[in-house]
Ligand binder design. Structure first.
Ligand code: NAP
Length: 397
């Protein structure tokens, strides 16, 4: 059976994935972007973006489209496919999609985040019929109506203020007696005469005949329930990572966000994560794009290392590999001597800078440097710690 093989498979076509595609293609990688739904990701639900440097104002879809065009300019291949799961088969990374399987040298997880749902009765049924997760998308439908915002974070408090442009009254329903948002945002919201907070309350259910008509609230302190007549409900209770298809494949933090290091490497070698789906301090278009650039360059380094390893060490019939560190003066002196000695000879020594190719050294189990490895068709025959040119030549014979 023919299996598709690609260098870098990017899952997700939001700002992180598309920036990674641009950087990956410019570095010469074969890049495939798998997208589900409309390209652009969560920015498609944002009406105004005015903190993307260099662009004073753009709508989310405009920016998403511009990102895509930019990635296409560098011949990025996009494919509409839904990823079902990721697998490691004898060290090979496989992306299993509804369109078939792809073997990837490196994978970038850039699937973003989604709005957390309340999970109460009526929420799913009345979504788009008065229940919304986007004030800028739907706020204008509630001119002179009463609406409720659920949540106590910055998003809830700031979007409540935004909604006062349209609504006649905006309740903010929060489960505790204190908002989580910044002091400045809270003060700004509470000084608005159209905004009224309702503390210590949760939504038991959202009710209405085809359209939202009222909320059933429960006071968590007294246990009492009450009705609140509203025409709209804006749910801003945080975000959750879109990681269903690779849950358990890579290490995540408590909230389910993917754990990465500064190079965007996950717990699985050759698998990277960028953007909102990873554990991070600030989830914004600009930070997602930054992550994407870092991830692409890390993936490039990883893929180059793998190819280097295969080409120089694993494929030849017989080879000697001298692992050294370019930041050690003695090693630099030794490699200079080895290079001079090799001149004019049919030498079979490959010099590998373990400082720059740490992954290769790690893969070959080389920790003590300098070390000379003797390999036949990728299998180790012998290994020796070498301090001098004599040590090296004695091994080669
Ligand atoms: P958030 O800070 O996580 O706040 C979520 C809010 O929803 C919390 O008040 C939480 O209550 C409440 N909540 C969670 N689950 C709930 C449930 N099942 N039922 C009822 N209430 C529930 O999320 P966010 O407001 O979307 O903000 C996300 C991040 O972006 C934050 O770091 C925020 O500061 C940042 N942000 C910054 C700005 C800005 O700087 N201008 C604007 C927007 C967002 P508890 O408080 O009781 O946990």
């Amino acid at each position: 059976m023919h299996v598709e093989k690609r260098e870098l498979v990017i899952i997700g076509a939001g700002p992180a994935g598309m920036t990674a595609a641009i950087y990956g293609r410019r570095a010469g990688l074969d890049v495939l972007v798998l997208e589900k739904g409309i390209p652009g990701g969560q920015i498609n639900t944002t009406d105004e973006i005015e903190n993307w440097p260099g662009v004073l104002m753009a709508t989310g879809p405009e920016l998403g489209e511009a990102f895509r065009k930019h990635a296409e300019k560098f011949n990025t291949e996009f494919r509409s496919a839904s990823v079902e799961r990721l697998e490691l088969r004898e060290g090979t990374k496989v992306v299993v999609t509804d369109q078939g399987e792809i073997e990837a040298e490196a994978i970038l997880l850039a699937t973003g985040a989604s709005f957390r749902k309340l999970g109460c009765p009526g929420e799913a049924e009345l979504t788009g019929k008065g229940v919304s997760y986007c004030a800028v998308c739907d706020g204008a439908f509630f001119e002179d109506e009463v609406v409720a915002v659920i949540g106590g974070g910055n998003t809830a408090v700031e979007e409540a203020v935004y909604l006062t442009q349209f609504a006649s009254k905006v309740y903010i329903i929060h489960r505790r007696d204190e908002f989580r948002a910044d002091r400045a945002a809270i003060d700004h919201a509470l000084s608005n005469p159209k905004i009224e907070p309702i503390y210590n309350s949760v939504v038991e259910s959202i009710e209405g005949d085809g359209l939202v008509e009222k909320l059933i609230l429960k006071n968590v302190k007294s246990g009492e329930t009450s009705d609140l007549d509203v025409a709209g409900v804006f749910v801003f209770v945080g975000t959750v990572p879109n990681d269903d298809s690779f849950k358990g494949f890579v290490k995540t933090t408590k909230g389910g966000w993917i754990d990465t290091n500064l190079r965007m490497e996950t717990s699985v070698e050759g698998v990277f994560a960028a953007g909102d789906v990873r554990e991070k301090f600030l989830r914004q278009v600009v930070t997602a794009a930054g992550d994407g650039a870092v991830a692409a360059m890390s993936a490039y380094g990883y893929i180059s290392q793998q190819q280097h390893l295969r080409h120089k060490l694993l494929e030849p019939q017989e080879v000697f590999a001298l692992f050294y560190s370019s930041i050690d003066e003695k090693h630099a002196h030794l490699t200079g001597e080895v290079e001079n000695w090799m001149e004019g000879k049919d030498a079979r020594i490959v010099l590998i800078d373990a400082y720059k190719n740490a992954g290769v050294a790690q893969k070959m189990g080389v920790s003590e440097l300098p070390a000379l490895l003797h390999l036949r068709k990728g299998s180790e025959v012998a290994r020796k710690k070498c301090q001098s040119l004599e040590d090296v030549t004695a091994q080669i014979g």
